[in-house]
Each structure stands twice: as structure tokens, then as C-alpha cells.
Design a protein around this ligand. Sequence first.
Ligand code: S3P
Length: 442
Amino acid sequence: MSAQLCWKIDGNGAVGGRITVPGDKSISHRSLLFSALADGSSRIVGLSRGEDCVATANALRRLGVSISDVGEQTVVRGCGIKGLTSNGHVELDCGNSGTTMRLMLGVLAGQPGVVATLTGDESLSRRPMGRVVEPLSRMGAHVRALGPSQRPPVEIRGAALHGAEHWTDVASAQVKSALLLAGLLADGRTSVCEPSQSRDHTERMLQSRGVVVHRDGRKVSVAGGQSILPQDIAIPGDLSAASFFWVLGAILSDSGVYVNNVGINPTRTGIVDVLATTGAAVEISDVITEGGEPAAVIGVRRSHLSAFEIGGVLVPRLVDEIPVLSVLATQATGETVIRDAAELRVKESDRISAIYEMLVRMGASVSEEEAGLRIVGPCVLKGTEIDSHGDHRIAMAGAVAALAASGTTLIRNVECVDTSFPGFLQCLRSVAPGARIDSFWG
Ligand code: S3P
């Protein structure tokens, strides 16, 4: 076995402080894509430097878009809505990023002359692409998943698209966004009706760039042939990155963590609602709106915690936070029930089984169900050896559990954290000065 990056964590006492987290990953991907398709230059401040967003930037560069280095301020020179070029058949490496692959498929489906094969790492190569490939095909796209059961790589050839009405089986912002973007490149109208509402960054951000997007309940539609305006935008901090620190503030005695300027789009704030219902003290201040997206300072402090339920329409509003909310559940009194979350099985890892394995190893009372988990708390977590399964959110949830546990926890396979949160460990050390946190290859 080749060497893996590992963390050795020994929690000791309270956490506290005020941190800034990386730019929101979902908004960063979309800022890059929409700026690339705009008529003119856009300036983006606070873009995520995570590997997922770098994959989107690099793919766009290979398609002829000029993007200055991904840093504090990024300038993207838009090519216009149908202006991407491929100079022959290009391979676009999407790395670990499902958002890059799925949104890019929507964008490329209607680019005349572009021919590309989209590839990904081992984890992305296991993720389902039929959910995008099939509806895009119904719009006239020339797209084919080459792996078994419609898994990547995916080959795509720009074609003339026609609008269509889509009803999706799962609430997925990646699928919805791919279809709406293809809809902008198609003749006529395209609509997407979801079983429950997924995050609406695409709709808000396109509207703030002059695109008319119509919403009627769970159905969103766009007319083809619209152009996208360039825009200067500041990206708020990533609520999903902040959530690890809020849960630390909630579960450790005498603790509290404040996160600056974090996105509070209501389609993402399920975790804030759960923290409040479970009894944590949540403070929200300094609310602003930028590029159609609201942001605020949010602090979470320790209080008595009660078990909670997650299911139904709440699931898409906190889908990425379920790993860390499961850690919270181990410290809450009563039985927490997480259901309707089968989507977790097709994320960067099978998160239901990865969470189950991690919590059982740490001594929690947890049971695994087809579409969720049951966790009985409170319990004393014990330090042990755990594996991230190459999934950034499992690794970071593991670090939160480790700080709450007695003894030492070794978390293996944590390189993946750089996909969304480079600098996570420094942030963790800054809020937990009493803890021993080492990082090494082993
Ligand atoms: C994302 C949507 C979600 C989420 C992912 C980012 C996005 O995935 O889990 O981390 O930026 O659109 P699904 O749309 O597949 O639920």
C-alpha cells in the first residue's frame, strides 16, 4: 500500500474563536462557468482554491477560456454562450468533482464543434452519470457514458439542442443545473421539475447576470437563446466547510465558534435549522447579499443537545452536512433518525456506510439503514483508527469526532480534504489550541 496522508488527533478541552472558511464551492464552480459563458470579463473575489474548483477552471482553460490564476481575485474573459472551443478531441479531467463533470456536460452539450471526453478519479468514476446523460440525450445531445451502468468517462460532442420538459427522480442541483444550462443553449423552453427543491445557486446567479429564469413551485424553466452578463462578484464562505466548526462549537464543553461571511442561501441552511432545534445556541448577524446570494456571520455555542430527525424536504437542504450531523447526534440525548437519504450512497463515497463504520469503531450506538442511519446518544466516543474512504467530508467529520473523543484518533487517507478545504487543519488548530493535531505520511 502506498503512503497515505494521516492525521493524529488528541482532543483536549474547549474550542473557540472566529474563523474564515474558503469560498463556497457550489458558487465558485458556477461563477467560473457563468463567467466563461458571459459576453465580457468578470472579476471574482474569494473563489475556492479547492481542487474541485481548480478542475473546473482547468477544464474551461482547455476549452479556450482565459482565466487568471485561481487566487484572491480571478479574472475570467468570457467567450459568449456558445463560444467554447476544443481544438480537436480534448480530455477534460474532472478529478473528484461531480459538479464539474455534470455541469460541464450541460454546457458542452450545445457547444458547436466541441468534442470532449470527461474523466474523473477513482471515486468520480463510480458515480452515476445516466441522470444527466439520459435527459440531455432527450434534448438532442450527442453524449455517451463509456463506463458500466452509465459511469464515467463520458464522451460528448456539441450538437443542436431542443428544449424539453424534465421530471427528475432525485432532488439534485447538479442535474437541474446541467439541464438548465443546456436549456440556455437550446431552441425553445426547457423546464426541470424536482421531487423536492435542491440548492438554487444556478437560478439565483443566472438571474443576477440578466438571465430570465421562471420558477413555479418545484418547476424551474428557462428559454433558450438568452445571453449571460459579465459580473464582478465576491463569493461568500462555504456553509458546508463552516459546518464542521459549528458542530465543534455545539458539542464541546465551554465552546463556541464564529464563522465570518458565510453563505446562508435558504436552500442550504438545513444545518442551521437542525442546530437550533437540537438546542445549540446559534447567533446570526451582519447579513448581506452579493450576486443574488445572502451571507452572514454565524456563531454556534454549546448548550444541552437533544436528538433530531432528518428526512423529506430537509435532506437536500443539508445533504453534504449529514456526516458531521451524525457526529453531533452521538452527543445529543435520545435517538436521532436520518431517513430519505439514499443519495448519500452515491456521493464521493458511500457515506451511509462510511459514517456507520466510523461511528461504530469509535464506540457509538448506531445502526445503518438502506436510506439513512439511527444514532442513540449521548455516548463517549473513543479514539481509534478510522479511514476517510477518500471522501473529504468523512475525513473532516472524523476530525470533529476525534476532538470530542477520549484518547487518540488516527484518520487515514485525508489528502482528499484539499478537494474542498485546503487549510482545514490550520483552521482546526486555530480553534483548538489545547489539542494535539499532527499530520504525517504513513
Ligand atoms: C452540488 C450539489 C449537491 C452537493 C454537491 C454540490 C452543486 O449534489 O452534494 O456537493 O454544487 O450543485 P447533488 O446535486 O447531486 O445532490
